[in-house]
Design a protein around this ligand. Structure first.
Ligand code: FAD
Ligand code: FES
Length: 271
């Protein structure tokens, strides 16, 4: 884990309040795996310290240094409040404080494993990274959903993942099939026994995925996007109970997570 001030190399605003931010950081890019996140620092043009805390953001993609292009780490961010609004004002040439890579990662699947990704909102970022890393070597499918087409900011970038099977769903039918992203899952999983499912997005969506995988032959991993203070395991601001066997253990989402086995999460708790 490294804490570095690195140059912003690209910034693109997408629809729906989302933006794609790219930084150049060869040392950190060499360490990044799907599921990792960074704590990103704010620019304080007015020399104030508000907001004080850095913000946790998942890695969308990472390209190491090679002879075709310099190392880049990519993020997909949605404007939610003051911190992300300040990040949205960054421009190529600005510097950004990047602390990471942090947290646990999605397990690298074995070659014979069928991998099914289920995501929505900003939760699509780590799943996109899984697809970029493993679609050439693994049998994979992506279920990507949102309320409407503006909630699918990565739709245009999906061909770059090399995924052969992408199932888009929107609640209003403005892109892909009409419905919730979880609706086709029971039938799909029943015809793909033994699959691994990686999910990230709103808790209600991941809870629905967990309910479905509990009744079929599938293993689920989820990435939790709870609020964080330090992101480094020090402040205990992200501590939550998770199920470990027949006990409940208090864990730091930023250190022992954010990626957990689906059955570790007690969805009755409002995470
Ligand atoms: C491991 C991890 C990975 C993440 N990855 C991404 C990512 O790739 N892209 C991205 O855009 N966001 C991501 N997030 C969420 C992001 O960190 C928050 O949206 C951000 O911290 C909000 O900061 P803010 O100052 O803009 O908003 P604030 O002013 O702090 O809050 C604005 C509103 O958003 C709500 N909010 C703030 N943080 C969260 C949260 N974590 N979950 C739900 N609601 C929240 C607040 O309650 C409030 O209503 C991730 C979070 C975690 C923990
Ligand atoms: S955010 Fe500080 S311990 Fe997890």
């Amino acid at each position: 884990m490294l804490c570095m001030e690195v140059p912003v190399t690209d910034m693109q605003h997408v629809n729906g309040g989302y933006f794609l931010l790219q930084v150049h950081s060869p040392a950190q890019a060499a360490l990044v795996r799907p599921g990792h996140f960074f704590m990103l620092g704010m620019q304080h043009a007015d020399f104030s310290a508000d907001p004080l805390l850095n913000r946790p953001i998942s890695v969308l993609d990472c390209t190491p240094d090679d002879h075709t292009a310099p190392a880049a780490i990519h993020f997909l961010i949605k404007e939610a409040g003051r911190g992300t609004r300040l990040l949205s004002r960054l421009r190529a040439g600005d510097n950004l404080l990047c602390h990471g890579p942090l947290g646990t990662t999605f397990p690298e699947p074995s070659p014979e494993c069928r991998l099914i990704l289920v995501g929505g909102g900003v939760g699509i970022a780590p799943l996109y990274f899984c697809a970029r890393r493993w679609s050439a070597t693994h049998d994979m499918a992506l279920f990507y959903g949102g309320r409407s087409v503006t909630d699918l900011p990565l739709q245009g970038l999906l061909p770059q993942t090399g995924l052969r099977e992408v199932i888009l769903l929107t609640e209003d039918g403005s892109a892909g099939r009409r419905g919730l992203v979880t609706e086709p899952l029971p039938e799909y999983l029943a015809s793909n026994p033994g699959a691994k499912v990686y999910s990230c997005g709103p808790n209600a969506m991941m809870e629905a995925v967990a309910r479905i995988t509990a009744h079929v032959d599938a293993q689920l991993w989820v990435s939790m996007e709870n609020r964080m203070g330090c992101g480094l395991g020090a402040c205990l601001g992200c501590v939550l109970p998770v199920i470990e066997g027949d006990k409940t253990a208090m864990v730091r989402i930023c250190k022992e997570g954010p990626v957990f086995r689906g059955e570790q999460i007690d969805w009755k708790i409002r995470y």
